[in-house]
Design a binder for this molecule. Structure first.
Ligand SMILES: Nc1nc2c(ncn2[C@@H]2O[C@H](COP(=O)(O)OP(=O)(O)OP(=O)(O)O)[C@@H](O)[C@H]2O)c(=O)[nH]1
Ligand SMILES: [Mg+2]
Length: 626
């Protein structure tokens, strides 16, 4: 069975609802006020069987200009438009306005219906029909079939049904393999069931028990029950109208204009880049109403500094959850004139310039060019992305298609795959080059340093932690660089520097083995190892990092010297029960200024324990005695 959604359109009172009643028997004007005033105010719904293999869900919209907002909410998700024009009145303002809206929403198929033929004579009818034909000749309805009916007498209704079946039958079915998506057009509670929402399923399918994401809040809800035109279902697919009983949400949290989405789909942002199709001149900064899905969203439109008003940025007052390629209608905030339509190309970025990448991305979105949508989004993000992230950037395109394209891009070396993360090869090569140059420069400036601190490099490159770590692993694997103690070095430098470091350590081993040398600062080291002063600091640092020099207060003491000192005081405690600072000073043949931090170091490391003005042996010394 194929399912399509048909939407009505046309001027107030031209007989949209009457035709739906004649076709389906359903009165779509369900509100009391609609009955009293004799006009449609809100959306109405019906089901129309168009054959054994084809069923249409119908969204009947109001024609009165005051309820245009409702018309726009109903029209966002339709496949096929039925434009109704009363024979006695002909083309009227909302006939024109609705037609423009349908066009901007990207609706491609329609049927034109001349209604109320019982009210006019044949001559008049010919006149009206030719007027209509001329009017639609340069719109998307130029090849649309035209039916003459009377909803009251029933004349032409069967022909209309056949025509609808014919046109709808040729439409490609909505993709039920794509991620699930539905814009909510009604929300209410039913006693004993709880919250129920209705809407047209734009893509994908939903089953009882599924989890869905409610946008824009992001709340995860569960599908407790499903109905299709009043009948209980276990599954509903794209093109059907659905009533969904939801668990995990209160009525106050759901309303028309929100959407239900497959959990891992949809991007949410208050700023979106758009491609606009204007029907009127607009100034940058204009306050607008965006109609998208079933919602109306307030915001402002801004032009990019360097372009015409084709590429624009939409800054909304609330975050909008949408997918790339979504189409919306733009009206002036007040008065609510139609300004034009937009196609969302991507959530906005913090720049007022239109980058080459963004312009190319917009083209790709309009052409539904999956590979280039992926490519340009990834190029600008400079991040490693997992499959989920990439799929999300493709809006509600079918997952299988997206995955296939990614595979193809990896095979063609357009994308590089690192531990299940992806990055455009060009971007990765650029980053490799950037880091290599940065290290080259650093090694030139700091030849005696082991390398550049990892964190400094990461920040300079503007990469997130995770991406940087994964790339580092790759760079180490491919021998671009080495990582030692948190420092990055080019392989050649690391080898040279490693040799030099070993050299220093070996020399230090011999030269520092002297109890007389307690505080070893870079100057003393330079003298002992005969190093030029410029290299002394780096050599000193490397000995500290290697643990050969130990920081004792603001002095640096050779590791072996500390062992000597421990032995000295161990011997001292064999004959004395206490040790004073002055005694240690004499034992070490040094000054009080040196002896004091040493004794504090011994306290801290549990060789000695302080008792008033004297020290007594602590555990580690006592252990030595045994
Ligand atoms: N004579 C005649 N009257 C019709 C015909 N179709 C509709 N009407 C009448 O026209 C009036 C408006 O019809 P609706 O079906 O409510 O018109 P609508 O286009 O749905 O109007 P809105 O939803 O308010 O825009 C009603 O009084 C209908 O009975 C027709 O074919 N012939
Ligand atoms: Mg109506």
């Amino acid at each position: 069975m194929k399912y399509v959604i048909i939407g009505t359109a046309g001027h107030v009172d031209h007989g949209k609802s009457a035709i739906i009643k004649a076709l389906t028997g359903t009165d779509t004007d369900r509100l009391k006020e609609e009955k009293i005033r004799g006009i449609s105010i809100d959306l109405g719904f019906a089901s129309l069987s168009l054959g054994e293999e084809l069923t249409a869900g119908i969204v009947d919209v109001p024609g009165h200009e005051r309820f245009l907002k409702n018309m726009l909410a109903g029209t966002g998700g339709i496949d096929l438009a039925m434009l109704v024009i009363a024979a006695d009145e002909g083309i009227m303002p909302q006939t024109q306005e609705h037609l423009a809206m349908l066009d901007l929403y990207g609706i491609k198929q329609g049927v034109v219906v001349i209604n109320k033929i019982d009210k006019v004579d044949g001559e008049w009818l010919e006149l009206v029909e030719s007027e209509i034909r001329e009017y639609i000749s340069n719109t998307f309805l130029q090849h649309a079939p035209l039916c003459r009916v009377s909803a009251v007498s029933g004349a032409g209704i069967n022909e209309l049904r056949h025509t609808l079946a014919n046109v709808a039958g040729k439409l490609p079915a909505r993709d039920s393999k794509a991620p699930f998506r539905l814009w909510i057009d009604r929300a209410f509670t039913i006693k004993g069931y709880g919250v129920v929402v209705t809407g047209s399923v734009l893509s994908g399918q939903v089953r009882i028990g599924d989890s869905l994401k409610l946008y824009p809040s992001g709340t995860i809800v569960r599908v407790r029950g499903l109905e299709w035109h009043g009948g209980k279902m276990t599954e509903i697919i794209a093109g059907q109208r659905a009533a969904i009983n939801l668990a995990g949400v209160e009525l106050a949290e759901v309303a028309r204009g929100m959407a239900l989405s497959a959990v891992e789909r949809g991007e949410i942002s208050p700023i979106w880049d758009v491609l606009a199709d204007w029907r009127q001149d607009v100034d940058s900064g204009v306050r607008v109403r965006l109609h998208l899905g079933t919602g109306e969203f307030l915001g402002r439109m801004y032009s990019y500094k360097e372009t015409s008003n084709k590429h624009m940025r939409l800054i909304l007052e609330q975050p909008l959850a949408a997918g790339v390629g979504d189409r919306g209608i733009i009206r002036l905030y007040s008065p609510q004139h139609l300004l034009g339509g937009v196609i969302l190309t991507a959530p906005g970025r913090a720049t007022r310039r239109l980058t080459h990448e963004r312009a190319a991305l917009a083209d790709a979105v309009v052409n539904r060019d999956v590979e280039n949508i992926i490519f340009h989004r990834m190029n600008e993000s400079r991040k490693l992305l997992v499959l989920e992230d990439i799929r999300r950037q493709t809006g509600y395109l079918p997952e299988k298609e997206v995955d296939r394209v990614i595979e193809k891009m990896v095979a063609a070396k357009k994308l590089y795959c690192l531990e299940n993360h992806y990055i455009p090869t060009g971007v990765f090569d650029q980053l490799t080059k950037q880091l290599t140059n940065m290290l080259k420069e650093y090694h030139k400036m700091q030849p005696d340093r082991g390398g550049l601190a990892k964190e400094v490099a990461r920040q300079k490159m503007g990469l997130d932690d995770k991406s940087f770590e994964i790339m580092l692993t790759e760079w180490q694997k491919s021998a671009v660089l080495t990582v030692t103690g948190g420092d990055l070095a080019l392989k050649s430098h690391a080898e040279r520097h490693g040799g030099w470091k070993q050299d220093i350590a070996a020399k230090a081993e011999a030269a520092l083995d002297d109890i007389g040398l307690i505080n070893i600062d870079p100057a003393l080291l330079a003298q002992k190892l005969s190093l030029p002063p410029a290299k002394a600091k780096a050599a000193h640092d490397s000995l500290v990092r290697a643990g050969m020099l130990i920081k004792v207060s603001d002095m640096f003491v050779y590791r072996k010297t500390i062992q000597y000192i421990v032995q000295l005081i161990h011997r001292h405690f064999k004959e004395n029960s206490t040790l004073t600072v002055a005694e240690l000073r004499d034992l070490l043949n040094t000054s009080r200024k040196v002896a004091l931090p040493v004794i504090e170091y011994l306290d801290m490391h549990k060789y000695t324990i302080r008792d008033g003005d004297v020290r007594r042996p602590a555990q580690k010394i006592l252990d030595l005695s045994e």
